[in-house]
Design a protein around this ligand. Structure first.
Ligand code: HPA
Length: 277
């Protein structure tokens, strides 16, 4: 699907969310990565559940470990909009479709987005199950949500500043909730396959600590629209060549399941810290 005006489509999606949830304005969005979907059940009081693909512009999630669910949650006074799944470039979607959730969250009123993912770890000291705050990213996907016609007049211009792609304020808050969190640079590739050991050595030389197939375009789109971004990776495997075993999606999902309680505690803690006094 090629989107003609992604900002107009996001406005339509936000209007559909308002009417489906009865909630006029959400505060924070949460995008759940591979295997993170179960976290949506334990974050607070469910205000409304909507089939994600019933909202304009959202294709049904087609990757195992993702849910076709949009959930509005009252989480400690914050109106949280949870996307139970996301679209990826490797599914054949274009950049505008991949970032549609983030643009919709902005149009729904969100001032911050929490992007989560499963990632391969390049730091051999990190065990499977390590939670890592993304401190910066390297977009190696060859795509950007800022490619295409310029944004409409009522939106910020194209060349958005990415000096602080990931909010240091939100990272400080997360560290205060969970002292075992690490920090790292996330390299986002187009994916569809895991990397070769040579590619992982290249990424390590470039300064990457984590590798995955999502998140980087969403972070760009979020910063363009002024949202604060918190990125959280769950290391589900050591990256290719560092891992003693071949990589498999089922193991990624198992590692995510085991980390669920820590993940839920972290997100709940961050949301509580964001709530107005
Ligand atoms: N590489 C890319 N994406 C991933 C990995 C990996 O090793 N693990 C989970 N997502």
């Amino acid at each position: 699907m090629t989107i003609e005006d992604p900002y107009e489509l996001a406005a339509q999606a936000a209007a559909a969310i308002r009417s489906a949830t009865g909630i006029d304005r959400h505060d924070v969005a949460l995008v759940l990565g591979s295997g993170w979907a179960g976290a949506a059940d334990r974050l607070g009081d469910v205000a409304a559940d909507v089939e994600l693909s019933s909202i304009p512009g959202f294709p049904p999630p087609a990757v195992a470990g993702h849910r076709n669910l949009l959930r509005s949650i009252d989480a400690g006074g914050q109106k949280l909009l949870v996307f139970g799944g996301r679209s990826h470039l490797y599914e054949g979607h274009d950049a505008a479709t991949v970032v549609h959730g983030v643009r919709t969250a902005a149009a729904a009123g969100c001032g911050a987005v929490i992007l989560t993912n499963a990632a391969g770890g390049l730091n051999p000291a990190w065990p499977v199950g390590q939670l890592v705050l993304i401190q910066d990213q390297i977009n190696l996907s060859g795509h950007s949500p800022m490619v295409g016609p310029p944004p409409p007049e009522d939106q910020p211009g194209r060349f958005c500043d990415l000096t602080e792609a990931y909010s240091s304020r939100l990272r400080r808050l997360a560290h205060s909730v969970d002292s075992r969190l690490a920090d790292g640079v996330y390299a986002g590739l187009i994916g569809g396959n895991y990397e070769t050991p040579a590619e992982i050595r290249m990424l390590a030389t470039m300064g990457a600590d984590l590798v995955g197939m999502s998140t980087v375009l969403e972070a760009v789109a979020a910063r363009h629209l002024g949202l604060e971004v918190l990125g959280i990776s769950l290391v589900t495997n050591l990256a290719a060549g560092l891992s003693p075993a071949p990589l498999a999606h089922t193991e990624v999902l198992e590692a995510a399941k085991e980390a669920e309680t820590r993940v839920v505690d972290l997100i709940r803690g961050v949301l509580a810290g964001l709530a107005p006094e």
